[in-house]
Write a protein that binds this ligand. Structure first.
Ligand SMILES: *[C@@H]1O[C@H](CO)[C@@H](O)[C@H](O)[C@H]1NC(C)=O
Ligand SMILES: *[C@@H]1O[C@H](CO)[C@@H](O)[C@H](O)[C@H]1NC(C)=O
Ligand SMILES: *[C@@H]1O[C@H](CO)[C@@H](O)[C@H](O)[C@H]1NC(C)=O
Length: 177
């Protein structure tokens, strides 16, 4: 075999195998998050509502549909000393709530097709505005967590598919003219 042929021979089956796995793993369940508000900007003490969109043909493997809201401050920096440097890291949650929107049970297992699961959370009254700086950030996001139990890579396993959707929190209500 020539070098080129050998390369093709080695590459092609691997390539198609990866393609096959990607199609198998990624294409049979679609998860999307959408918010009802078109602006994506929320004030403390206000409601945030939206939907988790699920389109699947592997319903028998879905165990749970969860939605989370996370508001997190994270600070990280290094202070250089003569021979070493000190590391500062801190994390604080303004909100970290979870809601189960659907759960598998004997009488509730037909979930093939398209579904929209509505959710609702309240932004806490002490929530600061989101920022992103060199040494830290305050971020808010909705996280969809689909929990599966099924055959994957040759054995039965629990696995999850996550989707994230970021939004802004604004604390000054007088900013708009
Ligand atoms: C049962 O399934 C239906 C949709 O098929 C859904 O609307 C409902 O919330 C589910 N119930 C529970 C307790 O998860
Ligand atoms: C299963 O879900 C149905 C529909 O939401 C509910 O009415 C029923 O109590 C649940 N059964 C069990 C065993 O949890
Ligand atoms: C706040 O978060 C949103 C959504 O992630 C982002 O688009 C926006 O730029 C953030 N604002 C600041 C000031 O970091």
């Amino acid at each position: 075999m020539q070098k080129k042929e050998l390369a093709l021979f080695l590459f092609f089956p691997l390539h198609s195998l990866f393609f096959f796995i990607i199609v198998l793993v990624a294409k049979i369940t679609t998860v999307e998050i959408s918010l009802d508000s078109k602006t994506n900007v929320f004030f403390p003490n206000s409601e945030i509502t939206g939907k988790i969109y699920l389109n699947t043909i592997e319903a028998e493997t879905i165990q749970k549909v969860n939605v989370k809201i996370i508001g997190r401050a994270y600070v990280f920096f290094l202070v250089r000393r003569y021979r070493s440097s000190l590391q500062y890291e801190s994390e604080h949650y303004y909100i970290n709530a979870n809601e189960c929107l659907w759960k598998f049970n004997e009488t509730n297992q037909s979930l093939n097709g398209e579904y929209w699961f509505p959710f609702k959370f309240v932004i806490p009254s002490n929530a600061p505005a989101n920022v992103s700086e060199e040494f830290g950030e305050i971020q808010y996001f909705i996280k969809a967590d689909i929990e599966f139990y099924g055959k994957k890579f040759g054995g039965y396993k629990k696995y999850n598919e996550f989707q994230y959707y970021g939004f802004s929190v604004c604390t000054s209500q007088t900013e708009n003219p």
